[in-house]
Each structure stands twice: as structure tokens, then as C-alpha cells.
Ligand binder design. Structure first.
Ligand SMILES: Cc1cc2nc3c(=O)[nH]c(=O)nc-3n(C[C@H](O)[C@H](O)[C@H](O)COP(=O)(O)OP(=O)(O)OC[C@H]3O[C@@H](n4cnc5c(N)ncnc54)[C@H](O)[C@@H]3O)c2cc1C
Length: 380
């Protein structure tokens, strides 16, 4: 049996990045996925992912975000060899709206200040004048981050996988890893429904299925069902829909909504970031339209956006894998120095996929990166 230098289990958002950096490192690497590159059954689909640097979740992510912006740019340059290939990142700016003391507004301001990130503060009147689509309370405020925007998610995964292949990686799609083990000599064997594969090292990036492969994380991860919706809006000035920033809207009831401008005929994407029903088994998740989540999003739209009539054109079901504190887990598997993993990206990790993938490879190659320390396994 061939022995690879490294196997990457799952080549979705993070795994495709790890696959690429493992190949760039010169390793003979195999990616294994239960589906294929850029599928719609996990957590990395739905046309767009928001990219922000002024991170309300925690300022410690900012150095990782700065690196990720550079890595996306570098990938874009290598992948986009002709103008017909769309850019991976679209810098529309991101506008965070809420009450002055809201978690999002306060968090964006704190990260912007701490890292001197370009941003502009807006009153409700400023926002209404520039973006009349918003229906705001007089005490709403906004923070605009001009250097952020959105990524084309499936295209990013495709780009990372194709660049990995270009540098010699192999992939094995439609293959389910059932378990893995490490021999006394340190060799890893991955047992799949298509046979066994061996490697010196293993990277696990299995998203919503992580608990099957890393049972010690069973109590630390919760898989949540999330719904993405796309709307065509009537009687909205075209400029407002097309030439529009990404927005985050922190509602006083504690729910956070976001919107992404039109990328194609499906129209504007509007979703709720908070909430979500627990998913016992990601493989058998119900992908039909959930009327409660839809009603919450439409009630937000009716309250906070101004338009004539809205038409739901498309919906898609995705999964968040949430940790108890909302921060990722990026670490070594206890007792196995040659097995590393990233898990629990908690609905906000795609934007950092290249950095996380690079970090996973770096951990196996012996690099030390202090900026990832806060994402290690937490003490029980
Ligand atoms: C609706 C929604 C909106 C989001 N919005 C944003 C956003 O705006 N910005 C942002 O940064 N992040 C966002 N996120 C979060 C982000 O998209 C995810 O955190 C990230 O894409 C997860 O990547 P992953 O590699 O962990 O999982 P995935 O991309 O799902 O990859 C896991 C892969 O492992 C494979 N796999 C699993 N088990 C096995 C097995 N046993 N054998 C073989 N293969 C296996 C799966 O098939 C899959 O391809 C959002 C997520 C969702 C669901």
C-alpha cells in the first residue's frame, strides 16, 4: 500500500486549504471527502461568505484575518488566469448596524481601534441618506469597514482544490472515512468505504461530521441547521441592490441578521446568523424550507428594509458546527503528535480557511504560530 506524507480528511472550506498548503510544502498528499470538491451538503456553500477584519467576535482573530486577506489575494492571482473567471473576493465594504451599546457595534469598534483598521462611524441619518433601503431608529448607529466584503464560497473551494491538484495533491471523492488509527510506529491508517489509506500524518477537517472522527469532542460541538435565503426585491433602486455593502444588523432582541448584495439572478441574500435547530445527524439533515426561520428573516426585512414586494427565489440549508464559546478549535489530537484538526468554526470560519489550513500544515511541519494559541483545546 502507498504511504502518503499526509492525508487530509474532508476537503471543504478548511480541508481544501490544508490540501493546497500540504502540496505546496512538497508533501505527497491525499484528500478524502465523502462528497466532492465544492458540494452543497456541508458548511461551505451558498454562493457567498462575508469577509470582515474588524472582528466583533474577538480582536484576537484580527491578525489571522489580516493574513487571510493576503492569502485569498494570492490565491486569486494564481487561480484567476483569465478575465472570465470571477474574482474570489469582492470588496463591497461591510456596514455593521445596531444600537450604540450593541455587541456587534462595540466589538467592531474595539477591533478597529486596537488594530488601527480603516472604518467610518455613521449615525442613523447618515445611513438613511447614503443607503435609503434601511429603515432605522433614530438611535441606530453604523460602523462601515471599507476594506471588507464577500467571498464567492464555492469558487474559493474549487480554486484551492484545483491549485492543490496542480501542485501534485491527489483526491479521492465520494469516499467516507469510517475511522482512523495510529500504529505503534506512528503510521496513520484511514479506514474508508473504499478501502484503507496510509500516511505519516493526518489532518482532520470534517466540519459537521467531526464528532464521528474525533469522539472526544462529542460534548464540545453542536451542529446547527441554518437557512440561506435569496430575494428579488421590487421597486428598489437598482443601485441599492447591486452597489450595496454587505450588512450586519444586530437587533435589540439579541438576533443578528446579515445581507449580501446580489451576485446573480437570485438576488439579495438575507439570513439570520443567530439561532438554529440542533442537527442530530448531518447526513440525514432535513433540507426543506423551515417556516419559522423564514418568518424571522422576513419579519426582520419588513421591519428594517424598505422595498415594494419581495420574492423568495431560492433557499439552501447549511450547517454551523458550534463550540460552547463560539471560538474555533485548532489543535493536535491528544496523544497523537502527527494528527491535527480544525473544528467548531461556529458559523464564522470560512473567511479564515486559508490561514487555518496553512496553520494545520505548519503544526505538522514544526512551525510555531502564537496567533493561534487562543484557539487550542480549552481546559475542561
Ligand atoms: C449558512 C452559513 C453561512 C455562513 N456565513 C459565513 C460567513 O459569512 N463568513 C464566514 O467566514 N463563515 C461563514 N460561515 C461558516 C463557514 O462557512 C464554515 O465555518 C466553514 O465553511 C466550515 O468549513 P469546514 O471545512 O469546517 O466544513 P466543510 O466545508 O463542511 O468541510 C467538511 C468536509 O468534510 C467532509 N467529510 C466529513 N466527514 C467525512 C468523512 N467521514 N469522510 C470523508 N469526508 C468527510 C465533508 O464532505 C465536507 O466536504 C457560514 C456557514 C453557514 C452554514
Amino acid at each position: 500500500m502507498k504511504t502518503y506524507d499526509c492525508i487530509v480528511l474532508g476537503f471543504g472550506g478548511v480541508g481544501s486549504a490544508a490540501l493546497r498548503y500540504a502540496a505546496l510544502h512538497g508533501w505527497n498528499v491525499l484528500g478524502i471527502d465523502r462528497f466532492g470538491p465544492a458540494h452543497d451538503k456541508g458548511s461551505s456553500h451558498g454562493r457567498t461568505r462575508v469577509f470582515r477584519k474588524a472582528y466583533f467576535e474577538h480582536p484576537d482573530y484580527v491578525p489571522i484575518l489580516m493574513e487571510s486577506a493576503e492569502l485569498w489575494d494570492e490565491l486569486n492571482q494564481r487561480y484567476r488566469t483569465k478575465p472570465s473567471i470571477k474574482q474570489l473576493m469582492h470588496q463591497t465594504g461591510v456596514l455593521a448596524i445596531g444600537l450604540p451599546d450593541s455587541k456587534v457595534v462595540q466589538g467592531v469598534l474595539q477591533s478597529s481601534k486596537q488594530f488601527d483598521l480603516p472604518h467610518e462611524k455613521f449615525t442613523a441619518a447618515d445611513i438613511k441618506q447614503r443607503l435609503p433601503i434601511f429603515n432605522l431608529r433614530d438611535d441606530h448607529v453604523g460602523v462601515f469597514e471599507p476594506e471588507s466584503g464577500y467571498l464567492l464560497v464555492e469558487q474559493c473551494v474549487t480554486a484551492m482544490v484545483s491549485q492543490a491538484l496542480k501542485h501534485g495533491a491527489e483526491i479521492q471523492s465520494d469516499t467516507v472515512a469510517q475511522r482512523w488509527n495510529v500504529s505503534a510506529s506512528g503510521l496513520v491508517t484511514v479506514h474508508t468505504d473504499r478501502g484503507e489509506f496510509q500516511a505519516e500524518r493526518l489532518i482532520i477537517a470534517a466540519g459537521a461530521w467531526t464528532r464521528d472522527l474525533l469522539p472526544f469532542l462529542q460534548d464540545d460541538l453542536t451542529v446547527l441547521r441554518k437557512q440561506q435565503h435569496w430575494y428579488q426585491l421590487d421597486r428598489v433602486d437598482q443601485k441599492q441592490v447591486n452597489d450595496f455593502p454587505v450588512f450586519l444588523f444586530d437587533q435589540p432582541d439579541g438576533h443578528l441578521y446579515y445581507g449580501v448584495p446580489e451576485t446573480d439572478y437570485l438576488g439579495m441574500k438575507v439570513c439570520r446568523h443567530s439561532g438554529g435547530q440542533e442537527v442530530p445527524n448531518p447526513t440525514t439533515i432535513d433540507r426543506s424550507l423551515d417556516s419559522d426561520e423564514l418568518a424571522a428573516v422576513e419579519s426582520f426585512m419588513d421591519q428594517r428594509l424598505i422595498f415594494g414586494r419581495k420574492r423568495l427565489v431560492h433557499h439552501s440549508i447549511c450547517m454551523y458546527t458550534a463550540t460552547t464559546d463560539g471560538h474555533f478549535l485548532v489543535d493536535r489530537v491528544p496523544d497523537h503528535d502527527n494528527v491535527v484538526f480544525a473544528a467548531g468554526l461556529s458559523g464564522h470560519g470560512f473567511k479564515m480557511a486559508p490561514s487555518i489550513g496553512k496553520r494545520l500544515v505548519g503544526m505538522l511541519a514544526g512551525d510555531r504560530r502564537p496567533e493561534f494559541e487562543f484557539l487550542r483545546l480549552r481546559a475542561p
